[in-house]
Design a protein around this ligand. Structure first.
Ligand code: FVH
Length: 296
C-alpha cells in the first residue's frame, strides 16, 4: 500500500545545507516532521516553520516510522543512529557514501530490525522542492519500503529506483559525479588555454564550450552500444589511433599557452597504452576495458 503523502509523518536527522532544504520541502507539503541536528541551533528556524525538534537522535527516531538521514558521511550516520531503537523503522539514508558503505549499512540496519533504502542525491540544495530544476534522487535497497513511501520521497526531488542491491544508488551517484568531474577537468583546461587571449571573453567562449559538449555527449550512447555488443570497432568514426595522434597537438598547444597538462595527461596516457596494445582501431569504449586492467 502507498501511504497518502499528506499524512505520512517522518523524521529527518541532519540539518546541514541539504538536510534543511529537504526539511523545508516536506514541511511545505504538509508532512508532520520531526527533526534533529547535532548542533541544535540549526533546528530553530525549522521549529518556527512547523517542525517538531527532538532533543536527541534517539528521540527523533522514536517519533516516526519513516526516518530519513542526511548527514556528512557514513561514520556520522553510525554515530547518530547508535543509541536509537531501530526495530520496525524504515531508514532512508541520503548521506553520500560508497557502494560498500551502503551495503554494510543495509546489513547493519537489518540486523537491528529495520528496513533500509539508500539514496544518492543528484541535486544541490536550491533544486530541492523545485521540480522544474530537474533534480532527482537515486534509490536502491528495500523495494517494498520504496514503494510504500514513494510519494513522500518524491516531495523533495524526483525518484529513480535502481535495484535491490543497496549499493547501487551510491554507485550510480558516484558514476555520474565521476563523469561530471572529467567534464569539469576538460572545461578547466579549455579556459586555461584561452585565458591569456584577452580579446576572447570567457562568457563568449563558454557558449562555444557548452554547444560542443552537447554535440559530443552523443558519444556516450555510441560507447554504450559498443559495450553492449562487445565490438568496440562498430561504427567508429574517430578511432583511438587517430585521437591519440591528435593528442600531440593538444599537448603542444598547452605548452605554447603555458598550461600544465596534468588534468588531461592520464586520459591521454590511457589512449596511448590501448593503441600500443594493438587496439588503435577501437573507439573510446576500448578504454573502459583498459581502465579495468583488460577485463570487461
Ligand atoms: N550540499 C550539496 O550540494 C550536496 C548535494 C548532493 C548530496 N550531498 C550530500 O548530502 C549530505 C549532507 O550534505 P549537507 O549539504 O547537508 O552537508 P553539511 O551542510 O556539511 O551538513 C552536514 C551535516 O552532518 C552533520 N554531522 C556531521 N558530523 C556529524 C556527526 N559525527 N554526528 C552527527 N551529525 C553530524 C552536521 O551536523 P552539525 O555540524 O550541524 O552539528 C550537519 O547536519 C552529505 O553526505 C553530502 O555529501 C550534498
Amino acid at each position: 500500500t502507498t501511504n497518502r503523502t499528506s499524512t505520512t509523518p517522518l523524521t529527518l536527522l541532519g540539518l546541514g545545507g541539504m538536510g534543511t532544504a529537504l526539511a523545508r520541502a516536506w514541511l511545505a507539503a504538509g508532512h508532520p516532521l520531526t527533526v534533529w541536528n547535532r548542533t541544535a541551533a540549526k533546528a530553530e528556524p525549522l521549529a518556527a516553520e512547523g517542525a517538531r525538534v527532538a532533543a536527541s537522535a534517539a528521540e527523533a527516531v522514536a517519533a516516526a516510522g519513516l526516518v530519513v538521514v542526511c548527514l556528512l558521511d557514513d561514520a556520522s550516520v553510525g554515530e547518530a543512529l547508535a543509541p536509537a531503537e531501530l526495530t520496525g523503522k524504515d531508514i532512508v539514508n541520503l548521506t553520500t557514501g560508497t557502494p560498500a558503505q551502503a551495503r554494510e549499512r543495509a546489513h547493519w540496519a537489518r540486523r537491528r530490525g529495520a528496513r533500509f533504502l539508500d539514496g544518492g542525491i543528484m541535486a544541490v540544495p536550491p533544486m530541492i522542492g523545485t521540480p522544474q530544476a530537474g533534480g532527482y534522487i537515486f534509490y536502491s535497497g528495500d523495494h517494498a519500503l520504496f514503494e510504500q513511501h514513494r510519494e513522500t520521497l518524491a516531495i523533495p526531488a524526483g525518484t529513480r529506483y535502481v535495484g535491490t542491491d543497496a549499493g547501487h544508488a551510491a554507485l550510480h551517484d558516484v558514476a555520474l559525479l565521476s563523469a561530471m568531474t572529467g567534464m569539469f577537468a576538460g572545461i578547466t583546461h579549455a579556459f586555461a588555454l584561452m585565458r591569456p587571449e584577452r580579446e576572447v571573453k570567457p562568457t563568449e567562449f563558454a557558449g562555444m564550450v557548452t554547444e560542443w559538449l552537447r554535440a559530443m555527449a552523443a558519444m556516450t550512447e555510441a560507447m554504450a552500444w559498443q559495450l553492449e555488443s562487445g565490438d568496440y570497432t562498430e561504427g567508429v568514426t574517430s578511432n583511438l589511433a587517430m585521437m591519440s595522434a591528435g593528442n600531440a597537438t593538444l599537448e603542444a598547444t598547452a605548452e605554447e599557452q603555458g598550461v600544465k597538462g596534468e588534468l588531461l595527461a592520464p586520459f591521454m596516457a590511457s589512449m596511448r597504452e590501448r593503441v600500443a596494445l594493438g587496439h588503435g582501431d577501437e573507439g573510446l569504449a576500448g578504454l573502459v576495458d583498459g581502465l579495468r586492467g583488460g577485463s570487461p
